[in-house]
Design a protein around this ligand. Structure first.
Ligand code: AHG
Ligand code: MN
Ligand code: MN
Length: 335
């Protein structure tokens, strides 16, 4: 039995068996996300061909209207999740409002928040992009209308979070609070196969990831931190390495594997930075903590923030524990 492949579905079903109260709804929710990920992955791989067959607004060779990939990825997530019956509401970067489940579909107890396509400005240049998701359980009784309290929950209430990266291979990485596990899509099996069990972020890394062009308007402590990164580090005798893709998922995935810190702080003009709390910062914060790292806003733990509205932004400093601790010391003026 040793050579039996561990698919994502089998892994979730076996993990669920530890909980006698499990109904299977969660298993079906993750299967719905995996299905959407396969659809998005196919769309992403065809991105270069869209220009050949006609841009947005026109019809493709099959007579279907072309859509921007952000929108088609959003639709893939919404359609897959509402058919599955595990969700009672959704939040997407691509929709201003809460997405209800139409009457004709069954409703479950989960709320799924997602960034359908993260890093989408990188599509045209063939650079890795991703999908990020965060899952909560509703707090109001099952058959009542959804309330703000159900949707605007702090990150520490997440029951699951993860991302899919469309890179040199497609990978799905997720946590349910029991470690972080990564699955690589195998086109031959048509399934995600466990390739990275129990992922752990190094305690310290030498990568620093930030859009440094913004740094003149950052907090003075962060400007000093960047200078420090360029000096020889005590452990290595060399400066840190700068790596910034501009796709949060891809920058995070690399740092999770190699160790380091990613910063998207606020500045004078945008005190809360750029990234969104509910479907970018929170899910990655849950993953990094489960992998042994840290995620802070500069003022406190990302997952302790209660969102005020669906698309709230937050500063984000995320990565290896010792690197994040160090950034925090610079922010507090201790260094
Ligand atoms: P999205 O494509 O979902 O709008 O997100 C873009 C985000 C994130 O992926 C990335 O890390 C960040 O924008 C890059 O911002 P800068 O171009 O300001 O560096
Ligand atoms: Mn994004
Ligand atoms: Mn996006």
């Amino acid at each position: 039995m040793n050579n039996f492949v561990m698919t994502l579905n089998r892994f979730i079903v076996e993990s669920g068996r530890k909980y006698p109260e499990a109904t299977g709804a969660f298993t079906s929710l993750l299967a719905d996300i995996a299905l959407a990920a396969k659809v998005i992955s196919i769309q992403v791989n065809k991105a270069g061909l869209l220009d050949i067959f006609g841009g947005a607004g026109s019809e493709n060779v099959f007579g279907e209207a072309q859509q921007k990939l952000d929108v088609s990825a959003h639709e893939a997530m919404v359609k897959s999740l509402r058919f599955g019956g595990a969700c009672c509401a959704m939040v997407s970067e691509e929709d201003e409002n809460i997405i209800d489940i139409p009457e004709k579909y069954p409703k479950g107890k989960y709320i799924c928040c997602f960034d359908p396509l993260d890093g989408s400005s990188n599509i045209d240049v063939n650079v890795s992009i991703g999908t990020i998701f965060s899952i909560f359980r509703r707090v109001s009784p099952d058959n009542d209308p959804i309330t703000d309290e159900d949707i605007l929950q702090p990150g520490y209430s997440q029951v699951c979070s993860g991302y899919v990266i469309y890179g040199s291979s497609t990978m799905l990485v997720y946590t349910t609070g029991n470690g972080v596990h990564g699955f690589t899509f195998d086109p031959q099996y048509g399934s995600f196969i466990l390739s990275h069990p129990k992922m752990v972020i190094p305690r310290r890394g030498n990568i620093v990831s930030a859009n440094e062009s913004n740094s003149n308007s950052w907090h003075e402590g962060l400007q000093r931190y960047l200078k420090h990164c360029k000096e020889p580090q005590p452990k290595t005798g060399k400066p840190m390495t700068s790596r910034y893709i501009g796709s949060l998922v891809a920058d995070f995935h690399r740092n999770l594997l190699k160790g380091g810190v990613y910063l998207y702080p606020g500045d004078q003009k945008n005190p809360n930075g750029k990234l969104r709390l509910m479907y970018e910062a929170n899910p990655l914060a849950f993953l990094v903590e489960q992998a042994g790292g840290r995620a802070i806003t500069g003022k406190g733990r990302v997952m302790d923030v209660t969102p005020g509205s669906l698309h709230d932004r937050t500063p984000l400093i995320i990565g290896s524990k010792e690197n994040v601790n160090e950034v925090e010391e610079y922010l507090k003026g201790k260094r």
